[in-house]
Design a protein around this ligand. Structure first.
Ligand code: BDR
Ligand code: CA
Length: 355
């Protein structure tokens, strides 16, 4: 009897163990949530990116800092406050930052984003209040309070991030990573060479690219492959809620706008940067050295990427230079060159629908 009991006992324990391991296999490997500071110039695709971040359990949005770009700093702050209120997230600090780019006049983009920057959608007045801290100072404070834990996700011009680095360079090794929406290695959208976020503050961008932290560039190259089309927006139309309905309207506005320019869908620039923060396997991003052109007559604001890791060493001999070898160039960025677009767009839809 005792022997029989031990057999049953062993069987029961074995069953329990196998059930436990099967359950463990079914659950994705444990990964801690990423603490994120979202720096934004809201903005239609900024709105989509913000709601993706707030609705994703992988991310813990610690602060929203506002930078001028798509709209003025004042309008951007109002938009951020109203969106955070709509999402019922007044617990997250929302701070104003820079009022203009470092060395040039602000260029705003109501032409693309609607006269209020949010597709002309009038959101209810905000219940959230603005944080009294200055955006770059808030970034500095939060990075020191959680060393090696904060991921910066700037999806507008890089003015706030550059101001934070210039004021306190000691944050650089304490930031976990920086995932920017900006730049391109295959031509621009503001000019033939420059992407809008970089073009709107090239000096700030050069500071951010040269700072020496782990940086991922989510540029036009991949953003243009993530076209949000009617097929996806219709899925959003099947569910309802304040955020769902707002994003549905924003997406409709952008798809209609894209159609006027002969495109089947709207590129998900800013949301993809958040997507990469959620799941870096969505993109292919080889390491490169990137500099920002700040002087070129036709190329100011271009992100110039060295894909070979070297430049020729030209040595002056009399009246000419002779190439004597190659000098190594260290990468300073991972540059996204490809994306699993459908997987990302489905992720976006399901998160906005609250699934
Ligand atoms: C970027 O420029 C802005 O208009 C968008 O919000 C995005 O951040 C794309 O070039
Ligand atoms: Ca933006």
């Amino acid at each position: 009897m005792g022997g029989c009991f031990r057999v049953w006992q062993r069987l029961a324990i074995a069953t329990l163990f196998s059930a436990f391991f099967v359950t463990m296999l079914a659950i994705p490997a444990f990964s801690a949530t990423k603490k994120v500071i979202f720096d934004t110039d809201p903005g239609t695709d900024d709105a989509m990116a913000l709601m993706l971040a707030l609705n994703s359990p992988e991310l813990d949005v610690r602060a929203v800092t506002v930078v001028p770009g798509n709209v003025t700093a004042k309008q951007g702050l109002e938009n951020a406050l109203r969106m955070m209120s709509l999402a019922n997230r007044c617990d997250i600090p929302i701070a104003a930052g820079a009022q203009h780019p470092l060395f040039q006049k602000l260029i705003t983009a109501e032409f693309w984003h609607g006269k209020n920057g949010l597709a002309n959608i009038e959101l209810p007045p905000s219940k959230c209040k603005v944080d009294s801290r200055y955006g770059p100072d808030l970034i500095i404070e939060m990075v020191h309070a959680a060393p090696h834990e904060i991921t910066l996700v700037p999806v507008g011009p890089l003015t706030n991030i550059a101001l934070a680095v210039e004021k306190d360079p000691s944050i650089v090794p304490l930031v976990k990573e920086v995932i920017i929406m900006g730049g391109s290695i295959t031509g621009g959208n503001s000019t033939a060479a420059a992407e809008a976020n970089i073009y709107n503050d090239p000096e700030a961008a050069q500071i951010v690219f040269q700072a020496g932290w782990p940086l991922t560039m989510v540029g036009l190259d991949v953003g243009d492959k993530t076209l949000f089309s009617t097929k996806y927006v219709e899925q959003l139309g099947q569910s309802h809620g304040p955020v769902n309905d707002f994003i549905y309207q924003v997406a409709h506005y952008l798809i209609d706008l894209a159609a006027k320019f002969g495109s089947d869908g709207t590129p998900m620039y800013d949301p993809l940067a958040v997507g990469v923060a959620i799941d870096a396997t969505l993109v292919k991003a080889p390491a490169m050295h990137v500099d920002v052109e700040t002087r070129g007559e036709f190329t100011r604001g271009e992100t110039v990427a060295n894909r070979h890791g070297a430049v020729e060493r030209n040595v002056l001999h009399g009246d000419r230079y002779i190439i004597e070898g190659l000098d190594k160039v260290e990468p300073n960025a991972k540059v996204c060159v490809d994306v699993d677009a459908d997987r990302f767009l489905q992720l976006f839809v399901s998160r906005i629908r609250g699934k």
